[in-house]
Design a protein around this ligand. Sequence first.
Ligand code: ZN
Length: 439
Amino acid sequence: MNDKSGSLKPEDYARIRKTAASLQEEMSDFLSAFLRIESENPPGNRYRECCEFLGEKMESLGCAVDIHEIPEEALADLAEESRGYPRYVVIGRTGTRGPVLHFSGHYDVVPAGDHWTVDPYGGIVKDGKIYGRGASDMKSGVAAQIYALEVLQKAGYRLKGSYVSSGVPDEETGGTTGMGWLVGSGLLTSNNTDYCIITEPLDPDRYCLGHRGTLWFSLELEGIQSHGSMPSEGLNPIDAAKELLQRIDVQIRPGLEKESAYPVAPVSSRKSTLACTMIEAGSKVNTIPSTCKLSFDWRLIPEDSVQEAKESLLKICDDLVEEKKITRYSYRPIVEVDPNWVTEEQHLVQTLKACGKQMLGIDMQPVVSPGMHDQRFATREGGLQASIVYGPGRLTQAHKSDEHIAIQDFLDGVSVMAAVALELLGFEKETDPEANETG
Ligand SMILES: [Zn+2]
C-alpha cells in the first residue's frame, strides 16, 4: 500500500478511465436489468424490487445497506391513484469517518407513454446506446453512483471519508415522499453530510446549481347558477374565467418577458412561463354553471418569487369579486416551490469542474434546470448548501419516447463521479496491480 494522499495526478485519471472501461459490459447489463423493473410513477410500481436490486449490488461492494419503508403518516398527501403502493428508500454506506459525500437519485420513472419503437421496459442495448424509460432520467444516474464506487475499489483506491449512495422514490410526483422524507427524517442533513450530489440528467458535461420555481395551483371561480335561457338571472363564471385570462395577459404576461441572468437551460426556458392547463365547468347545456375551475402551471426564473407571483394573480381575482364578476373564489395550492440555487464559488463545484476538465478535457458549464428537482430538500430542509446536480443522462432525453443513454455518456459520468469522490473524501492508493505484475 502506497500511503499516497492528496490531489489526483494524470495517471489517476487514466487509471479510473481504464477501470471504468473494463467494467463497461457489466455496467450496461446492470442498467438494462434495472430498466426492466417497471417502476412507473404514478402509481409507484415495484419500488421494493428496485431497492432490493440496488441494495444487493451495494452490499456486494461492502456497503452497509438499509431499506427504509416510508411510514404511513408521511404518505398522507399521496394522490388517490398511488394509495396502497408502499414507498421505500435504499441507502448504502461505506466508511465511518468524515468527510461524507452522499450521492442520491430517484428510481421512479414517468409512465412510458406512446410512440416507442423499442420495448420501454426491455433494457435493450443497440448502437452504443441503452434504451428504456428511465435510461437518462435517471436510472443511469443511480447505477453510476454505485459503479463509481466499484471503479474506485477495482482501481485500488481506499477512500478515507464516507461514500453514501441512496435511491429514492417519487421525484416525478414532487419528491416529498422520497427525498423529502430522507431529509426530513434526518438521514441527509448538514449535521451528517458534507457534500450531496443528485445524479439527475443535466448532461455529463454540465453541472446544475439549481432550478426554476414552480407554482401549480387551481382557482375556483364562483358565480350564480341559473337557467340557460335566462343568463341574466345568474352570474356565469365562465365569462369571469375569460376575463381572468385576459387580465393575466395584460397585467402579468409583460413581466414574464424579463430574461433571467442565470444560465437556465434550455435557453427557451430562460423566462418565467405561465400556462393555463385545465378548465372545468358546467354539467348541462341549458344551465349556467355555478363554478368554473382553472388550473395553472407557472414556472419562475430565479429572480422571481412564489409570493410575488401569487399576489399579482390574487389581486386580479379580488378585482373580479369587487366588480361583481364573481361572488367569490378559492385558491388551492398544489405545489409552491421557490426557485433554488447554490453558489458556484464552493469547494464541491470547483472540485467537480476540475475533475470534469481532467477526465473529459472540457470546461464544464453551469446550468439552472427548467423544472424542479430534489436538490431543494437538501439545501432548504437539510441546510446543506453543498448540494448540486451532476449525472450521466441527457436532459433532452427525459420523459421522451425511445429514451436512451449513450454508453459513452454513462462511462464518462461514472468516471467523473469516481474522481470527485476521491478528491472530496481523500484516499490511499494501492500500488498499480499491473505495475506489480510486470515489475
Ligand atoms: Zn428525474
